[in-house]
Design a protein around this ligand. Structure first.
Ligand SMILES: [Zn+2]
Length: 338
């Protein structure tokens, strides 16, 4: 595409975002609202979102900061929470329950060690048609194999809950893409902009890039190619979830950097660049604005974004976090239209 080329998309949704808590939450929420009409907010706060009151107050905080962006809410599945708490979250408006394997990522120490621990909760979600969202990694496996190692557990869930709708979050491997394609249509996946853009070599092939350190880890070029093929395929099974997960720059630059990439401010430019390189800009709107809404059975949303092919320099810091490619030029801009 030539410089100045413009593409207008129906207002996108982000089906996986971390907004954190406290003083930075409003800035993170507004950053998502600048490009997205709806965001699915992850519940791994401290304490986690696992009752109706916590969910309502978190949603109200987000709404105050970014009233033009609809916060869709999730709750965290914690062993022993009970079906009454699940019911409470659903009555408060949750559209998905999130399964974190114990110890898999940020604030997941209280996660699920075995799906048997939450069998009643899952049965209720199935009955009420609430989506099960999964961080599909086995934290006890070698770092690069954790996602593939978790797939047999997903298979068991698919068998044991024959109507439960499931989303595997932030796919990172060709193995997971193949699994999704073989599973029933009620199983789908989110793909992030960073897993579609980078490989493990971008993270650590030269100087270490803490901004790209995330869970699941970035993988090989072949894995990335499989993810990009899935994203640009037009399949209803793959849709956008940024997994944008900001950390303050000083934590990211410490001797023990936490996992998470702050991609919300540049998600659409990153995606436009990937889809353009794949020769499939025509499929970008379906991936970011339609497929996920269809899976979650949400109505179309008013509004649009304008993508313009025009270079801009990514700041060194955004909201005190280090974005990917900080200080470098990227050749797409995104602007939300009223
Ligand atoms: Zn996440």
């Amino acid at each position: 595409m030539n410089d100045g080329y413009q593409l207008q998309l129906a207002l996108p949704d982000d089906f996986h975002v971390h907004l954190r808590q406290g003083t930075q939450l409003p800035a993170y929420a507004r950053r998502s609202a600048a490009q997205f009409g709806r965001i699915l907010v992850m519940p791994n706060t401290l304490p986690p979102i696992c009752d109706g009151a916590a969910l309502r107050s978190y949603r109200a905080e987000i709404h105050t900061a970014a009233p033009d962006c609809q916060a869709l809410m999730t709750f965290k599945l914690v062993p022993g929470m009970g079906t009454a708490a699940v019911q409470d979250c659903i009555e408060a408006g949750a559209i998905a329950g999130k399964y974190y394997p114990a110890g898999a990522t940020t604030n997941a120490a209280d996660g699920v060690a075995d799906p048997q621990q939450i069998s009643d909760e899952l049965a209720l979600m199935q009955e009420l048609d609430i989506v099960l969202s999964i961080h599909a990694e086995d934290p006890l496996s070698p770092a690069m194999e954790r996602e593939a190692a978790f797939l047999p557990i997903v298979e068991r869930l698919i068998r044991n809950y024959p109507k439960l709708r499931i989303v595997l979050e932030h796919l990172s491997s060709a193995a997971a893409v193949a699994a999704i394609s073989n599973w029933p249509e009620r199983v789908a996946a989110t793909l992030t902009a960073h897993h579609l853009t980078y490989t493990i070599d971008d993270l650590l092939g030269d100087k270490l890039q803490p901004a790209l350190f995330c869970k699941p880890l970035l993988k090989s070029a072949a894995d990335r190619a499989a993810l990009l093929q899935a994203a640009t395929s037009g399949s209803p099974r793959f849709f956008f979830g940024s997994d944008s997960a900001p950390h303050p720059a000083d934590a990211k630059l410490s001797a023990a950097a936490p996992a998470g990439s702050y991609t919300a401010p540049l998600a659409l430019p990153l995606l436009a660049r990937c889809f353009e390189a794949a020769g499939r800009l025509d499929r970008l709107e379906y991936f970011v604005s339609r497929a996920g809404a269809d899976f979650y059975q949400l109505p179309p949303k008013q509004g649009s974004v304008l993508l313009t092919k025009k270079a801009w320099r990514i700041p060194e810091r955004i909201d005190d976090a280090i974005p990917p490619e900080a200080g470098r030029l990227i050749n797409w801009q995104a602007q939300r239209l009223p």
